[in-house]
Design a protein around this ligand. Structure first.
Ligand code: NAI
Ligand code: MG
Length: 336
């Protein structure tokens, strides 16, 4: 029996709602199979700050380090004091953000299946700078070491997933430190002659993503460009309710939907749980549970294909729980 210790951080707003859906589905996946999940709930976020005086208590960090992997839903205003310190503190240097068109999901009509690999530890997110009364400075830190390591991660992922092209996205025509990033990508690309390599300036890339998204396969970029382009890519495939992600390091990993706590719909039971559940698919793959990840992704696809149980963001009337139950039913019925 394979046993996994999974740290869970439900957080704020719709976070606990989509986390409930994910955990209930994982329990269903355990049924009758040689695998078991031990969930360790940890706290972080706005509510935690109110209760304990810290948005990211040290027990939470310790709990993640003692687990095999962590599932994170979403936090609210304290995001910059929670998810950014987690990414940097645990050296989760690669942020994987796939954008894929699934059946029946309203999208802009192109066949998108791309993955953005965003450097996750430096750039403006290092938060080195200062603020005066009416001006401020944020330093954009880019190192050769971090650039090479994210470039290698992108090429390795391309190789593993049999993807054909890696696009390095930058602003080296204006920002000198992006020369370090592009040169690193170019050097690493030489080690992978069978994968096509190209470089695109970020503003041109933002436009091309709309006009010709099917061109992109693997995109590797710096932290802030990756943040912005991945939301744009999510918009191409049905919005934030469909966008999963993984934060990966050499020792630890945290999987989370791209969306935040969505205060505008929190507490109404209508959040789309699919971004969270697709993050679980990514987690299962990372754990090496390929068969389980396939079963779960197929169950999601089946529910979408039928198009009967969809949340309002996808044009339906169903609630969060209806969607998770529909996915569970598919897992059951197929008797996988
Ligand atoms: P958001 O992602 O929470 O919401 C943006 C829009 O997308 C809203 O209209 C929301 O209703 C919708 N949406 C998001 N997830 C959805 C889902 N699963 N199903 C259906 N609709 C969904 O971003 P926003 O509004 O900019 O930020 C709200 C709060 O979340 C802020 O306090 C922000 O700091 C925090 N945040 C946290 C993140 C994290 O925990 N990693 C990431 C982004 C924002
Ligand atoms: Mg973002």
């Amino acid at each position: 029996m394979k046993k996994y210790k999974i740290a869970t951080i439900p957080g704020d707003g719709i976070g606990p709602e989509v986390m409930d859906a994910a955990l209930s589905i994982l329990r269903k996946l355990e049924n009758g199979r040689d695998v078991s999940f031990d969930f360790i709930e940890l706290s972080a976020g706005d509510e935690t700050l109110k209760k304990t005086g810290s948005a990211l208590p040290s027990e939470t960090l310790r709990g993640i380090k003692q687990s095999d992997v962590c599932l994170f839903a979403a936090v609210g205003e304290t995001a910059k004091d929670v998810i950014i310190p987690l990414r940097q503190g645990l050296d989760l240097y690669a942020n994987i953000r796939p954008a894929k068109v699934y059946p029946n999901v309203p999208h802009i009509g192109k066949d998108v299946d791309l993955v953005i690999i965003r450097e996750n530890t430096e750039d403006l997110y290092k938060r080195v700078g200062f603020q005066a009364d009416d001006w401020g400075v944020s330093l954009r830190i880019i190192t050769r070491q971090a650039s090479e390591r994210i470039a290698r991660f992108a090429f390795e992922l391309a190789k593993k997933e049999e993807r054909k092209r890696v696009t390095c996205v930058h602003k080296a025509n204006v920002l000198d430190n992006d020369i370090i990033f592009t040169e690193a990508c170019r050097r690493v690309s030489k080690e992978y002659p069978s994968i096509e390599y190209e470089e695109t300036i970020v503003d041109a890339c933002a436009m091309k993503l709309i006009l010709k998204p099917e061109h992109f396969d693997v995109v590797v970029t710096t932290n802030m460009f990756g943040d912005i382009l991945s939301d744009e890519a999510a918009g191409l495939v049905g919005g934030l309710g469909m966008a999963p992600s993984g934060n990966i390091g050499d020792r630890y990993a945290i999987f989370e939907p791209v969306h935040g706590s969505a205060p505008d719909i929190a507490g109404r039971g209508i959040a789309n749980p699919i971004a969270m559940v697709l993050s679980v698919v990514m987690m299962l793959k990372w754990l090496g549970e390929l068969e389980l990840s396939r079963i779960l992704e197929n169950a999601i696809v089946d529910v979408l294909k039928e198009g009967r149980v969809l949340t309002p963001d996808l044009g339906g009337k169903a609630g969060t729980k209806d969607v998770s139950e529909a996915i569970e039913e598919k897992i059951n019925r197929k008797g996988f």
